[in-house]
Design a protein around this ligand. Structure first.
Ligand code: PSV
Ligand code: MN
Length: 426
């Protein structure tokens, strides 16, 4: 962690220019009837969870190139998230994946989390890999498996995740299923769905009443002919059958190219079943790249739907768990996470700028050009001074990536943990 003096010294030389840019933008927005200070409060409040498995390099099946200084334990992962949160004030929770993050010392972890101002976001089960001491293989599926003993083992694993989460104060359990088939005829498509539904119901039974269960969907990988939960419609029907505490999770990388993700987001929000997000960047599939790096307009349109729904009095308020889900090969993972959060904050800020009254009028009048111009006006506004001010007001760095580099965080981590330390994950 940086000291307060260090952070102060890093911000100091940037402050004069920052104030100049911020005041100019605040003036401009005031002319349009937007209160920049009000908007910053909303940005400061907005938090994106960091998954424990994004703190190390991900690698692909072709190779892995460790960053050096990767966290070797859950405690070190928490400390890395604490570092990120100190720099941007926007990542105050960590998501855990079991068995990669089995807590050994709950009391110690509670203290560590509290000392860093963090909490646990979601628990994530892993029935896509076999573990050494495991009795039954997941080679042919887990919650959907034809073998009852396999299903039972996968159900128990999910319940175990919930129990670990309870120890640590989590309130969300996320299920992503790798289940599916690679060849036509391999699996009975309808029965696989029904077995999954039954298994999920058993897990749901064990869910504490103040928890949410998130059900993720993915169209392909690791199975390439069918996935048991390939799309939001399947997740939605499963949630409907389970009950109110079950919600759909949208992972941006889990869509086929050109899918209109913002429309899915709007639909789920309308139906009251949007419970969570996994942010990442994707050109082809589950690419796990930096959120908003290649398709910033898409990210903005997604936030536009979220903000629009939040401001719609006819919809019930939703509590959506926002998380980054990425782990790639080339960047320093912590720098990537800072960039991802920055892009997310920028997209959110831009969505808050949309003139919704004017947009509704243009839409009602079928004025296509005007409607598009309203969105473009918001999207093309340089909101970086607003995001930087939000970081500053949250006690962070005006420019988190620059501060991270200037403070030599990675070099310190390498000195502490070694050049070849490896983090658990994919
Ligand atoms: C699957 O691709 C996924 O998006 C799920 O969220 C998993 O839990 C995570 O990635 C694991 O890396
Ligand atoms: Mn995901």
């Amino acid at each position: 962690m940086l000291t307060e003096d260090q952070l102060h010294d890093l911000n100091q030389p940037l402050l004069a220019e920052h104030h100049l840019q911020f005041d100019y933008l605040a003036d401009l927005l005031a002319r349009r009837g937007v209160d920049a200070h009000q908007l910053i409060l909303q940005l400061v409040e907005f938090q994106v969870a960091i998954p424990s498995w994004a703190l190390g390099t991900g690698g692909t099946r072709f190779g892995r190139f460790p960053a050096g200084g990767e966290p070797r334990s859950l405690e070190e992962k928490i400390s890395d998230v604490g570092q990120l949160n100190q720099l941007n004030g926007s990542s105050n929770s960590i998501s855990l994946h079991i068995p990669w993050d089995i807590p050994q010392d709950s009391n110690g972890l509670h203290q560590l989390l509290a000392s860093q101002g963090l909490s646990i976001d979601s628990m994530n089960s892993n029935t896509f890999q076999d573990q050494k001491e495991q009795a039954h293989t997941y080679k042919f599926g887990s919650l959907s498996a034809t073998d009852r003993a396999v299903r039972e083992q996968a159900i128990q694993h999910n319940i175990e995740c919930i129990n670990y989460g309870t120890q640590l104060g989590a309130k969300v359990h996320t299920v992503w299923l790798a289940d599916g088939s690679n060849f036509p005829g391999q699996s009975h498509l309808r029965r696989a769905y029904l077995r999954t539904q039954e298994s999920l119901a058993a897990i749901y039974e064990a869910l504490p009443s103040d928890w949410t269960m998130l059900i993720e969907y993915k169209p392909y990988e690791p199975n390439f002919y069918s996935m048991v939960i390939p799309d939001w419609g399947t997740s939605y029907t499963l949630c409907q059958s389970l009950g109110k505490q079950a919600q759909v999770l949208v992972d941006l990388g889990h869509h086929l190219p050109n899918t209109n993700i913002e429309q899915i987001v709007g639909r789920l929000r309308q139906l009251g079943r949007l419970g969570g997000f996994h942010f990442n960047g994707s050109g082809y599939g589950d690419d796990d790249l930096t959120t908003g790096s290649a398709k910033p307009f898409q990210l903005f349109l997604i936030f536009n739907e979220l903000v629009d729904a939040n401001q719609d009095a006819s919809l019930t308020a939703a509590s959506v768990a926002y998380m980054i889900d990425a782990s790639h090969n080339t960047k320093d993972p912590l720098e990537d996470l800072l960039q991802s959060v920055d892009n997310i904050m920028g997209a959110y800020a831009k969505a808050l700028l949309v003139d919704r009254t004017a947009l509704a009028e243009a839409q009602d009048a079928n004025d296509t050009v005007r409607a598009e111009e309203i969105l473009r006006d918001a999207f093309l506004t340089d909101v970086r001074p607003l995001v930087a001010e939000a970081y500053r007001q949250a006690g962070g760095a005006l420019h988190p990536v620059r501060a991270y580099r200037a403070a030599g965080v990675r070099q310190q981590l390498i000195a502490q943990r070694g050049k070849f330390s490896l983090s658990t994950g994919l």
